[in-house]
Design a protein around this ligand. Structure first.
Ligand SMILES: Cc1cc2nc3c(=O)[nH]c(=O)nc-3n(C[C@H](O)[C@H](O)[C@H](O)COP(=O)(O)O)c2cc1C
Length: 328
């Protein structure tokens, strides 16, 4: 417990304690631009004493917006608003971090309080909210009633990498010291990682190495964690940023057995460079998921500095550190 309040240096970033506020979507932006809501939301956590305040999933481009209330970071206006938030967090004593993401085939959804379903005719009628075409590794809908995404072609993947790189540059300029790549919860990067949603036959699909190519540039065991599109920025990133991955562990489909899932996740975790911190998120808290999380953590997290966050997992399970937000 005492360690929780000791300072820690994560990849060159000094935190005054080990409390990290997890990224939490607020669905309260307009046009992807942060506002007073976000300033209050993130400012109060900094004021409350957290060492690291992570801004919610922020889309790298317009098509990747999960809902029309998501934050974005592809325009100057969005950057200016997020600069203000970073400044407020820093002024209140915490380190500002930001999670960058793309919602893939889960994009164009309703805000939770409107139903969490894909945007449809009623949303258009009531709030003038229209869906837009979504993209994914393969043309597979997430579930019945959701859009069948367009499979990204080679040019689309290159454009995506450029969007991640551009958003990362903006985040750096805006004053964020930690960048987390959202690779969890069934969003685009997770869709590439998972053999259930990635049926590609090119260099981004098939083997684990290929499915990981977007999130892990080059040779997995030697390279830094990062999109291969970010490799040009690596030197800059190394001096300014701690790169983290938020890795999702969930049993969304019966085709994914615990054994298969844990082998996949353990392999992915094992492949990440040793000096990279990572957050592991446990998906819905079913018994099966908790078991899988425990197994994956036991086999992969040993000896690493790992931030564990288990979504809805019962605290009584032996995952122990779940929800503690400590870097052990
Ligand atoms: C309202 C809400 C929004 C969330 N938004 C995000 C998000 O933007 N990105 C993300 O990676 N996880 C998101 N999560 C998951 C949390 O970051 C965290 O991993 C999860 O809540 C586990 O912590 P807990 O067990 O203390 O709830 C969200 C969770 C909640 C409750």
């Amino acid at each position: 417990m005492a360690k929780l309040f000791e300072p820690i240096n994560l990849g060159g970033v000094e935190l005054h304690n080990r409390v990290m506020i997890s990224p939490m979507c607020q669905y309260s932006a307009e046009g992807g631009v942060a506002n007073e809501w976000h300033r209050a939301q993130y400012g109060r956590f900094a004021m409350g004493g957290a060492g690291l305040v992570m801004i919610e999933a922020t889309s790298v481009n317009a098509e990747g917006m999960g809902t029309l209330g998501d934050l974005g970071l592809w325009t100057d206006e969005q950057e200016a608003a997020l600069t203000e938030i970073a400044r407020a967090i820093s002024a209140l004593g915490a380190v500002p971090g930001i999670q960058l993401g793309h919602s893939g085939r889960k994009a164009a959804a309703q805000r939770p309080w409107h139903g969490n379903a894909p945007l449809g005719p009623q949303d258009a009628e009531e709030r003038n909210e229209l869906p837009w075409p979504v993209v994914a590794p393969s043309a597979l809908a997430m579930a019945e009633g959701w859009q069948v995404p367009q499979a990204l072609d080679a040019a689309g993947i290159e454009a995506l990498k450029a969007d991640y790189a551009a958003a990362t540059r903006r985040a750096l300029r805006a004053g964020y010291k930690v960048v987390e790549l959202h690779c969890a919860h069934g969003y685009l990067m997770h869709e590439f990682l998972s053999p259930l949603s990635n049926l590609r036959e090119d260099e981004y699909g098939g083997s684990r190495e290929s499915r990981m190519r977007l999130t892990e540039g080059g040779d997995q065991r030697e390279s830094h964690l990062g999109l291969d599109g970010l490799r040009a920025l690596e030197e800059l990133l190394a001096s300014h940023f701690e790169l983290k991955a938020h890795i999702g562990i969930s049993l969304a489909d019966d085709a994914m057995t615990i054994e298969r899932l844990t082998a996949e996740q353990a392999w992915i975790l094992d492949s990440l460079a040793d000096n990279k911190e990572m957050a592991i998120s446990g998906g819905a808290g079913s018994g099966k998921t908790v078991l899988a999380v425990e197994k994956a953590i036991r086999s992969a997290a040993e000896g690493r500095r790992t931030l564990l966050t288990c979504y809805n997992a019962p605290l009584s399970t032996s995952t122990g550190a779940a929800s503690s937000r400590t870097a052990a």
